[in-house]
Design a protein around this ligand. Structure first.
Ligand code: C2E
Ligand code: MG
Ligand code: MG
Ligand code: MG
Length: 284
C-alpha cells in the first residue's frame, strides 16, 4: 500500500512539473510575440526631491498585458525574458519609449525632468549596447544628462566579466548618462561595488525603508547607508516610501530623493500630464 501511495504521489509530482513546464513554455511563446502585438506599456513613478518637495524625474516601469495571461507582473516575466534573451528587444523598446515620453514632456514645456530606466545585465553584456544607447538618444534628440539607467548588484556577481561591464558603464558615463545602483543592500551586495562601479546614484531598497518606524537598529542602518553613499559623492534615492514618518526620517538624514506610494504610484502617460499640470509651477 505504501508503495502504491508512493507511486501515485510520484505521478502527481510529475504531473505538476509537467504543468509548470507547459505554463513556462506558454509564457515564453507569448513573450516572443508580445512586442509585435503591442502588449507592453510603461508606467512612470515620480521621484521627489526631498528638500524642495518637487518632482525631479520618473522611473519607467514595464507593464505587460496579454489577452490570455492577463496582467503579468515584472517579477514574473523579466527573468523569463532574460532567459530567452527577449529582454534585449523588449529593453530597447523600453528605452526608446521612455526617452520619447520624456522628450514629449520637455517639448510641452515641462523641462528639467529626468527619466530612469531599468536595464538588465543581458542588455548591458550585449555587444554594441553603448552604441544602441547613443543611437536612441540621438534619434529622440534627448541630451544624455536627462537619462539615468538602473542596474542591480546581482549583475556583477560573475567576476570574470566584471571588468568588461565596468568599462561599458564608464563609456555610458562618458556619454553623460547617469547610473543608479538599484535595490542597494539586497542580494549580492558588496560595499566594494560602491567603490568599483562608476555610479552616480544609490537606490536604497525598500527593505531598509520599511522598518524605519519600528526600531532604532533599522534607523541606524538607514542613516549609515546615507552616510556611506554621501561620503562617496552619490545621490541617494529611497525606494518604497509609504508613510510620512519614513519620509520625515529620510529627509532629516539628508536622503536626496524619495520614491514610493506616499507620493505616487506609478502612473500612465495621461496621469503624469495631469499630475504635472497641477504641480509644476515652472512651466515655461
Ligand atoms: P525596481 O526597479 O526596484 O522598481 C521598484 C518597484 O517597487 C516597482 O515594482 C514599483 O512599482 C514598486 N514600488 C514603488 N513604490 C512602492 C511602494 O511605496 N510600495 C510598494 N510596495 N512597492 C512600491 P514593479 O513595477 O512591479 O517592478 C518590479 C521590478 O521589475 C523592478 O524593481 C525592476 O527590477 C523590474 N523591472 C520593471 N520594469 C523593468 C524594465 O523595463 N526592465 C527591466 N530589466 N526590469 C524592470
Ligand atoms: Mg528600478
Ligand atoms: Mg529597486
Ligand atoms: Mg526591485
Amino acid at each position: 500500500r505504501a508503495q502504491k501511495q508512493g507511486k501515485s504521489s510520484f505521478v502527481l509530482y510529475d504531473a505538476s512539473m509537467q504543468l509548470e513546464l507547459q505554463s513556462r513554455m506558454k509564457m515564453e511563446a507569448r513573450l516572443l510575440s508580445a512586442l509585435d502585438h503591442d502588449e507592453f506599456k510603461l508606467v512612470y513613478q515620480p521621484q521627489v526631491d526631498s528638500s524642495t518637495g518637487r518632482i525631479s524625474g520618473f522611473e519607467a516601469l514595464l507593464r505587460w498585458e496579454n489577452p490570455e495571461l492577463g496582467q503579468v507582473a515584472p517579477d514574473k516575466f523579466i527573468q523569463i525574458a532574460e532567459d530567452i534573451r527577449q529582454i534585449i528587444p523588449i529593453g530597447e523598446w523600453v528605452l526608446l519609449t521612455a526617452c520619447r515620453f520624456l522628450k514629449k514632456l520637455h517639448n510641452s514645456g515641462y523641462e528639467g525632468y529626468k527619466i530612469s530606466v531599468n536595464i538588465s545585465v543581458i542588455q548591458l553584456k550585449q555587444e554594441g549596447f553603448v552604441h544602441t544607447m547613443a543611437d536612441i538618444l540621438q534619434k529622440v534628440d534627448l541630451p544624455a544628462e536627462f537619462l539615468e539607467i538602473e542596474i542591480t548588484e546581482s549583475l556583477f556577481m560573475e567576476s570574470s566579466e566584471r571588468n568588461e561591464l565596468i568599462a561599458k558603464l564608464d563609456q555610458l558615463r562618458q556619454l553623460g548618462i547617469g547610473i543608479a545602483l538599484d535595490d542597494f543592500g539586497t542580494g549580492y551586495s558588496s560595499l566594494d561595488y560602491l567603490r568599483e562601479l562608476p555610479i552616480t546614484t544609490l537606490k536604497m531598497d525598500k527593505k531598509f525603508v520599511d522598518p524605519i518606524e519600528q526600531d532604532e537598529d533599522s534607523r541606524s542602518l538607514a542613516s549609515a547607508i546615507l552616510l556611506i553613499g554621501h561620503s562617496l559623492g552619490l545621490k541617494i534615492v529611497a525606494e518604497g516610501v509609504e508613510t510620512a514618518s519614513q519620509f520625515h526620517f529620510l529627509k532629516t538624514h539628508g536622503c536626496d530623493k524619495i520614491q514610493g506610494y506616499l507620493f505616487s504610484k506609478p502612473l500612465g502617460e495621461a496621469e503624469v500630464a495631469g499630475l504635472l499640470s497641477k504641480w509644476d509651477d515652472g512651466r515655461a
